[in-house]
Structure formats: structure tokens, C-alpha cells
Design a binder for this molecule. Structure first.
Ligand code: 5GP
Ligand code: ZN
Length: 112
């Protein structure tokens, strides 16, 4: 499959790993928007938030179980932001579900 993040999961494209378990992989964004900018992805290919359904939603639960662990190892004791961009209007550029975890500074109040 021609998917950038599946290639990262396969080790075909290098990435800076932050966290990994059976279901989830997390790595540093190549173009960080904050002092800490981690991408958290399911090891199964789901195209976007719009592709989540009753059959695959456990992957999302695993991601949200991993996020507090990632926040801990990254030292995000003062909080952080979790974002997923979806589709054209959401400006999603990589079509493999991913959650941005941003922190390490006070983030802008507005998001839209
Ligand atoms: P999106 O715009 O789809 O929400 O987020 C995609 C993110 O992937 C962007 O923040 C972009 O910087 C990041 N990204 C794109 N290509 C690569 C890559 O090859 N390696 C890593 N680590 N991040 C990437
Ligand atoms: Zn993929």
C-alpha cells in the first residue's frame, strides 16, 4: 500500500520513535509545531477519523491509553493538546489516522 505511515511502520522510512506497543507507534513529527510534537498512529491502516467504526475502534482506544504514557515520557506535566486532522477541510496530508500530541509550551487558544 502506498501509505507513508505504513512505510514508517514497516521500517522502510526512518522515524524517531518515542513509544511503541502491540497496537500503537509514536514518533516525532518531522516538522514540529511545538517543542514536543509527537504523532501517534495505529499499527493497522485506518485512513482517517472518518474511517473509524465499530470493527476498528479498539485501535483508537489503544491510542488514547498510550497518550498519557507518551505525555509522561515527554515530560508534559503542564498539559498538552491532541489533534487529528481529517479530510480536505481538516487539512489532512497523510491518509493514515494519526493524532498529533503537542506540548512543551502554552499553546495558542484558538484552533479554527
Ligand atoms: P496532517 O497534516 O496529515 O495532520 O499531519 C501529517 C504530519 O506528518 C505533518 O505534521 C508532517 O510534518 C508529518 N510528516 C510528514 N511526513 C513525515 C515523515 O516522513 N516523517 C515524520 N516523522 N513526519 C512526517
Ligand atoms: Zn497506512
Amino acid at each position: 500500500m502506498d501509505c507513508l505511515f505504513c512505510k514508517i511502520l514497516a521500517g522502510e522510512i526512518p522515524s524517531a520513535k518515542v513509544y511503541e506497543n502491540q497496537w500503537v507507534y509514536a514518533f516525532r513529527d518531522i516538522n514540529p509545531q511545538a517543542p514536543v510534537h509527537v504523532l501517534v498512529i495505529p499499527k493497522t491502516h485506518i485512513a482517517s477519523a472518518d474511517g473509524i467504526n465499530a470493527e476498528n475502534s479498539a485501535a483508537v482506544a489503544h491510542i488514547f491509553e498510550a497518550i498519557p504514557e507518551i505525555a509522561k515520557v515527554e515530560g508534559l506535566v503542564n498539559g498538552y493538546r491532541v489533534i487529528t486532522n481529517c479530510g480536505e477541510d481538516g487539512c489532512q496530508s497523510v491518509k493514515h489516522l494519526h493524532f498529533h500530541v503537542l506540548g512543551g509550551k502554552k499553546l495558542p487558544e484558538k484552533m479554527g
